[in-house]
Structure formats: C-alpha cells, structure tokens
Design a binder for this molecule. Structure first.
Ligand code: G5P
Length: 224
C-alpha cells in the first residue's frame, strides 16, 4: 500500500513558498494547504474569527498560535490517510508542537533567500485583493498592466511590502523560525535550500522530492 508523505515549506515573506508549493503540488500530486490562503478565506467570510485575523494580517503581524492551530489542524485531520504539503504552517515552535501531536512530517524544506532578493521581489509584487492572486512585474506579470488576469479588476500593492516594514518582518521571521528549524533539524527532516531564483531552486527541490518518494505510474507515491 502507498505510504503517506507529509511535507512543509518554510521561508520568509517573498521567499517563493507559494510559487514552489504550487509546482510541487502539481508535479507530485500532493494536497496543498496554504495558511495564508485559509486566513484570507476566513477574512473574506467576515466571521468573528475572520475579523480578528484581519486585524493581524493587515498589520503584517503573526496571527496568534491558538487561532492558527484552530484553523489548520481540523483541515489536516480531515486529510487522514492522504499525503499533503503545508505552506506557511507551522511558523512558531508552539505551532510545530501542535502539529507534531497530530502527525510526524517526513520532510521540511527551508528556503534561504538573500534579503536583497526578497526586497526586490516584494517591491515588485502586486496582488488582486479579493482573490489573493499574486503577480510580480518581472517574474509573472499580469497580461494587462495593473489588472487581474481573471477579473480585470485593479491590482494593489501591500504597505508591508515597503522596505522599512519588510526589514522588521524578516527579522521577526528569523527569530521565530529558528527554534522551529532546530526542532526539525533534530528530527533529521530539515533541508535548507539557498538561491536567488525559483527556477534555479526548483530542479533541486524536484530531485529532493523524487528521491524521498517513489512515484507509481498511477500517480500514487511511496516514501523510500
Ligand atoms: P502568507 O500568504 O503565507 P508570507 O508573507 O509568508 O504570506 P508571501 O509574502 O506570500 O509569504 P511567499 O509565498 O514565500 O511569500 O512567496 P511567493 O508569493 O511565492 O513569491 C513572492 C513574490 O516573488 C511573488 O510576486 C512571486 O511571483 C515572486 N517570485 C517568486 N519566485 C521568483 C523568482 O525567482 N524571481 C522573481 N523575480 N520573482 C519571484 O501569509 C500572509 C500573512 O498571514 C499570516 C501572517 O500575518 C502573514 O504575513 N500568517 C501567519 N501568522 C501566524 N502563523 C502562521 N502559520 C501564519 N501563516 C500566515
């Protein structure tokens, strides 16, 4: 019977987690769960939890651990018996411990991208506010400048993608991520990947995952 494979991607804002996760999910047929996506979904639903979440996300602050675990763990519980890939969760030691109590990860990829690259990418990032679709004026520009490809609505730029805000976000990310990475290092499942281009990092990640999984002709896969 195919063994389950569970992985997570960690990395600072703008490191390309979302871009790489979409490629992994497509190439390896994994269920893909993005914490940012679920947060935006709860904001759009305008529930009590969504209003609380909005107050953090709008200020580029980390959403409290108990809110995050309540958002993510039930979704993972529904995927018992399936393989999946997490983007943006866990981000803190408390979230990692909560996840550990539910299941053990097989692989954690940490994206190590230089600050200058992050700054340049995020200052070129434009988003479609309603859907969360992300564009980059150099890497993946919209078909029509300033407009969302699907709806044609105007794209916006986040205030927190400005250099001053970005520097403090990155410092904060480093502080909270370190103990999480130490935990996964001690479990022998952490792989750090460094580089400046997603297209150059991708072949390495592709080989790493191929080495960890054995893809069957049907599209099912096994851990080695
Ligand atoms: P998110 O949505 O998880 P972030 O801030 O962690 O947001 P972000 O900024 O969306 O992550 P990313 O997913 O790492 O970045 O990167 P991406 O979107 O794929 O790529 C960034 C840009 O670079 C895009 O424009 C892309 O096209 C471009 N790009 C990619 N590769 C290349 C390349 O090779 N070259 C070039 N030139 N461009 C490239 O979370 C949102 C908020 O929710 C909260 C936090 O407040 C967070 O800020 N949150 C949590 N809070 C607490 N705990 C958690 N677990 C939380 N998860 C989310």
């Amino acid at each position: 019977m195919a063994k389950l494979f569970r992985a997570a991607i960690m990395g600072p804002p703008g490191s390309g987690k979302g871009t790489i996760c979409k490629r992994i999910a497509q190439s390896f047929d994994l269920q893909y769960l993005s914490s940012g996506h679920y947060l935006r979904e709860s904001i759009a639903a305008n529930t009590e939890a969504g209003v609380l979440v909005r107050s953090y996300v709008e200020r580029s602050m980390m959403v409290p651990d108990h809110v995050m675990t309540r958002l993510m763990l039930p979704r993972l519980e529904q995927l018992i018996g399936q393989s999946w890939l997490l983007d943006g969760f866990p981000r803190t030691l408390s979230q990692a411990r909560a996840l550990n109590s539910l299941c053990q990860l097989d692989l954690v990829i940490s994206l190590n991208i230089p600050y200058e690259t992050l700054r340049e990418r995020l200052s070129n990032r434009w988003v479609h506010a309603a859907s969360g679709r992300v564009y980059n004026m150099g890497f993946n520009p919209p078909r029509v400048k300033g407009k969302d490809d699907v709806t044609g609505e105007a794209l916006i730029q986040h205030d927190d993608d400005k250099p001053e805000a970005l520097l403090s976000r990155l410092r904060y990310y480093k502080d909270v991520a370190k103990p999480v990475m130490d935990l996964y290092k001690s479990q022998g499942i952490l792989h750090a990947v460094s580089g400046t281009d997603t297209d150059r990092i991708w072949p390495y990640i592709n080989s790493l995952l191929s080495a960890k999984m054995h893809i069957q002709p049907s599209g099912a896969f096994q851990t080695q």
